[in-house]
Structures are given as structure tokens and as C-alpha cells.
Design a protein around this ligand. Structure first.
Ligand code: FES
Length: 104
């Protein structure tokens, strides 16, 4: 999904590979990429569920201005994954709402 060779920016620079844990599953990521990018590269699109209807939300603004990408990272809730860089061993989870929209 990443652009490997951009016509203006050139070739994508190689980054160190690290592992993060998403809800118990190990995902390979590139160090320093936003957590949202690592998750989307792993095919994960639904980052949280809306409080009222339990509808899935994913990356919307990608610049840290909305709240659609918020997840729990290393036990800290409501972290905007689109502006949080990946670090080795991060533990990433969806918010506290279950898929049925009820608080866990
Ligand atoms: S997608 Fe809007 S804050 Fe992350």
C-alpha cells in the first residue's frame, strides 16, 4: 500500500523493522511510521466504534485533528494513532467499547 518510488520525492527510504502487538496479534511495522499506517498495512481498517451506534471508524483526517483513529496504546486510552510513531513492542488495542457498542 505504500508508494515505493514517488515521482517527486524519489525512492522510499528503508526503515528498521519492528514488531507491535495488535490485540494479541504480532504485526511487522516500520519504526517511526504512524501506528495507523502500520495497522492499515496489516489490513486493519476499523480502529474504533462509535459510542451510540457501534459503527466502525478508521483514519479520517490523518493529521491528529479528529478522533476517529483513537486507540489504546500501552494501556493509555484515546491515543491518536495517525500521529503516534511506531516503537518496538507497542501494545495496541481498540477502545474500551466492544463490537456491540457496550462498555467492556
Ligand atoms: S485520523 Fe483524525 S486524528 Fe487521527
Amino acid at each position: 500500500m505504500k508508494i515505493e518510488n514517488h515521482p517527486i520525492l524519489g525512492k522510499k527510504e528503508e526503515k528498521k523493522k519492528v514488531m507491535i502487538i495488535f490485540e494479541g496479534k504480532t504485526i511487522e511495522a516500520e519504526e517511526g511510521d504512524p501506528v495507523a499506517v502500520a495497522l492499515m498495512n496489516a489490513g486493519i481498517r476499523d480502529f474504533r466504534l462509535t459510542r451510540k451506534k457501534g459503527e466502525p471508524r478508521g483514519v479520517y483526517c490523518a493529521i491528529g485533528r479528529c478522533t476517529d483513529c483513537m486507540m489504546t496504546i500501552n494501556g493509555r486510552a484515546n491515543v491518536r494513532t495517525c500521529i503516534t510513531p511506531v516503537e518496538e513492542g507497542m501494545i495496541v488495542e481498540r477502545g474500551k467499547l466492544s463490537r456491540e457498542g457496550k462498555t467492556k
